[in-house]
Design a protein around this ligand. Sequence first.
Ligand SMILES: Nc1nc2c([nH]c(=O)n2[C@H]2C[C@H](O)[C@@H](COP(=O)(O)OP(=O)(O)OP(=O)(O)O)O2)c(=O)[nH]1
Length: 141
Amino acid sequence: MTRRIVVVGAALLDGGRLLAARRSAPEELAGRWELPGGKVEPGEAPEAALVRELREELGVETEAVARVPGSWPLRPPYELHVWTARLLPGSADPAPLQDHDALRWLAPADVWEVPWLDQDVPAVRAALSLLGDGFRSAPGG
Ligand SMILES: Nc1nc2c([nH]c(=O)n2[C@H]2C[C@H](O)[C@@H](COP(=O)(O)OP(=O)(O)OP(=O)(O)O)O2)c(=O)[nH]1
């Protein structure tokens, strides 16, 4: 059986905009944009991993809202799953504390302005199709 490790990415929404994060490392990914997140640890729920990673990387308090249908292969054994997420009331604003050197809140019309990692493009597309054109609020939110 092939070992699979899930990387959770957040489609973090606030005020009708989606957060994109520019990777600062490793070298082959640096300068490209991604959905912030990281690896799910053994025994950890993906929603909990997402909240933990966003706290570590961005200094924010969030909650996962809904899984975006689909999964996207990364470098083996990793695969990307995406959840919509929102900032909790009173959370700090996101800051690029770890793994990233720039952040952008993208309005719907601007989503394709940043050079996403190739492997993130279908995941971002799926997130947008779940959210709808305006992405005013995450489903369930
Ligand atoms: N977080 C995240 N990682 C992605 C995306 N697309 C993509 O190819 N990756 C890759 C980059 C990394 O090789 C891997 C996730 O690693 P990470 O560095 O974000 O995760 P982590 O914080 O748990 O890692 P670590 O430093 O603890 O090892 O998946 C994405 O949209 N979000």
